[in-house]
Design a protein around this ligand. Structure first.
Ligand code: SAH
Length: 368
């Protein structure tokens, strides 16, 4: 008989407390009014939070002490960093953070010569169960709130400004490619995108062109996103062009097939004018065959259009307990050449953060 653990701590899943970043400008003014303060205090608070990345009420010395005390309730600590790890000479930095209820999630800040990108989580865990992804193995704990998502970005913007990547750097890009399926947490993710892209000081002022939302292919949500008037880049995790294999690699394919996902990608590109990115983790002897490269190129050309799409190959990153491997370089090169031969743009993603389990598909929020 196996011994039962003495203490079994079930996750509480209590919604996080309300935070300034959950609210749009009108809601902020109303919230400040409820605290008995004039509406302009909301704008002052937003200038500190979104414009200067400050969440410390005590540092807001232009506000009277009594107002600061009342406003404190709008900035509850939501994201508590518990482990920070760096690699790639300091250019990749992963933060494991804890939520108010003990939930854990991760964010990754990456510096490049021409930009700085933060990869954020939209859920604690993930319910999509893709077998090659470490996040998918642990299941879904809960949705992150809008403010928990915005807090990841604000903290990254402050860290980049304060020299975490070397020189003071402006955070230019946000990718929803951390833990979770962003379109399964639609409302909170879209509100977070609005906070991130609204011009400062009402929002963080990051260009929508610098924001990428990545999805396993939830078709109705892709169409909804296309109608939001937010020209963010859509990335679709396709991983194979045939339904038979995709049914197992990306289980949600049992609900929306490759052709439906590609049709949604086409509509998204047409509605937003943005090129859709097709993500393809190359797995040795699983999805790296020349015929799959040919089929991928052909389907994208015919069903999406060569001007509306770009393929991003990701050499498979190792995950605990997985038998799968990245493809050998010559196989990867042939795959790229075949996709390009169909007239479809194709590049290989520069993989960051493997040594600290911060690369695509490796986020598992473990402390070791
Ligand atoms: N759920 C969304 C957001 C996560 S993005 C989505 O799937 O798109 C993370 C990206 O990394 C996805 O494209 C995912 O398929 C890919 N990925 C997952 N596991 C990986 C691994 N082991 N190696 C390389 N890429 C992986």
């Amino acid at each position: 008989m196996t011994a039962l653990p003495l203490v079994f701590e079930a996750p509480k899943r209590v919604a996080p407390p309300r935070h300034l970043a959950d609210l749009d400008p009108a809601e902020r003014r109303a919230a400040v009014g409820e605290l008995g303060l004039p509406g302009f205090r909301a704008d002052q608070l937003a200038r500190h939070y979104f414009g200067r990345f400050t969440a410390d009420v005590d540092a807001m010395t232009d506000l009277p002490a009594a107002a600061r005390e009342r406003l404190r309730s709008l900035l509850p600590p939501l994201v508590d960093p518990i482990v920070e790890q760096a690699c790639d000479g300091g250019a990749t930095r992963k933060t494991l953070w804890r939520g108010h209820d003990g939930t854990r999630a991760e964010s990754v800040l990456m510096g490049y010569p021409d930009r700085a990108t933060v990869c954020v989580s939209s859920q604690a865990g993930c319910g999509m169960a893709c077998p090659f992804c470490a996040t998918g193995q642990g299941g879904l704990q809960r949705n992150l709130s809008t403010a928990e998502i915005v807090e990841q970005v604000r903290r990254a913007a402050a860290a980049a400004r304060d020299g975490a990547l070397g020189e003071p750097t402006r955070l230019s890009n946000v990718v929803f490619m951390g833990m979770g399926e962003p379109l399964a947490n639609y409302k909170r993710v879209v509100a977070a995108v609005r906070r991130i892209t609204e011009p400062a000081p009402s929002g963080l002022g990051i260009s929508a062109r610098g924001v990428t939302v990545s999805t396993v292919g939830l078709v109705p949500a892709i169409d909804k996103l296309a109608a939001e008037g937010l020209p963010v880049t859509l990335a679709v995790s396709l991983h194979t062009p045939d339904d038979e294999l995709r049914d197992t690699l990306v289980p949600v394919n049992n609900r929306w097939k490759v052709s439906e996902v590609l049709a949604a990608a086409r509509r998204y590109a047409q509605a937003t004018g943005r090129r859709v990115s097709i993500e393809y983790a190359l797995i040795r002897d699983v999805n790296d065959h020349p015929w799959r490269a040919d089929l991928l190129g052909k389907l994208l050309r015919q069903q999406v259009g060569t001007k509306r799409v770009h393929v991003n190959l990701i050499p498979l990153n190792p995950t605990p307990g997985s038998q799968w491997d990245a493809s050998p370089l010559h196989v990867q090169e042939e795959f790229v050449a075949r996709v390009r031969a169909a007239g479809v743009a194709c590049t290989v993603r520069d993989t960051r953060g493997r040594e600290i389990a911060a690369a695509c598909g490796q986020l598992a929020a473990s402390e070791v």
